[in-house]
Design a binder for this molecule. Sequence first.
Ligand code: SAM
Length: 245
Amino acid sequence: MHREHFYVNPRDVRGSELILSEEETHHLLRVLRKKKGDIVWVVDGEGTGYEVKILHIETNGARGKILTTRRRIGEPVAEIHLAQGVLKGERFDWLVEKATEIGIRKIIPFTSENAVTVAGPQKVARWKRIAMAAMKQSGRSVLPEIASTMTFHQVVSLGSNCSCRLIAHIGPESVSVKSIESKHHISTQRALLVVGPEGGFSKEEMTRAVEHGFRPVTLGPRRLRAETAGIVFSTLVLSKLGELE
Ligand code: SAM
């Protein structure tokens, strides 16, 4: 059953009680019209969820009693990391929101030959706020990590920490997600999915990725916009792992 979650900073969990921030309390009071005695679900962004009875509520904060504690509510077993070439305007905002909703654990913006814009700390902070809202709205308990902008070469090196390395690419060598033998290439361990920027990857970048064990993957016969590709790719892999059932 879906229910909207509230966020508690882990340091504000004290024994059998927790304290909600002014911002969360505002949402609790003014938007959802909760009151003393109501039961709500609160998550700490690190995988712990609390069923909480509101004991005291004022405009600047609320205090609740923890009734039950559960680990990893709303979380897929698979740890999927999505690396995506930085996009212009608000398109990366959209990507962060949707990737969080569907269960991505880490989002890695990167620069490459065809994507040179570096997202500064303000943008990363904005994406973190978007991810926080999407985590609560979608009923997750882990706040996805938003990495600082890396280079494509750094992303390729990250692959060594992942049991499954896939790169979305339009080309004859690409195979479908469906055709990949799940036992060997998509497992419930960590997977790194890489999606290019609007201009795609250069030949050298693709060669480098393949040399580092990345498998080129097709997302179908239509050329998707980069942010659409990121969500379609993630969805196909999550679905293959049975995480969308
Ligand atoms: N002109 C670029 C090319 O031919 O590669 C188009 C790039 S596309 C707009 C942006 C990124 O989305 C690509 O680098 C790729 O990672 C991904 N992408 C989009 N459609 C795809 C498809 N049908 N199959 C595989 N990857 C796709």
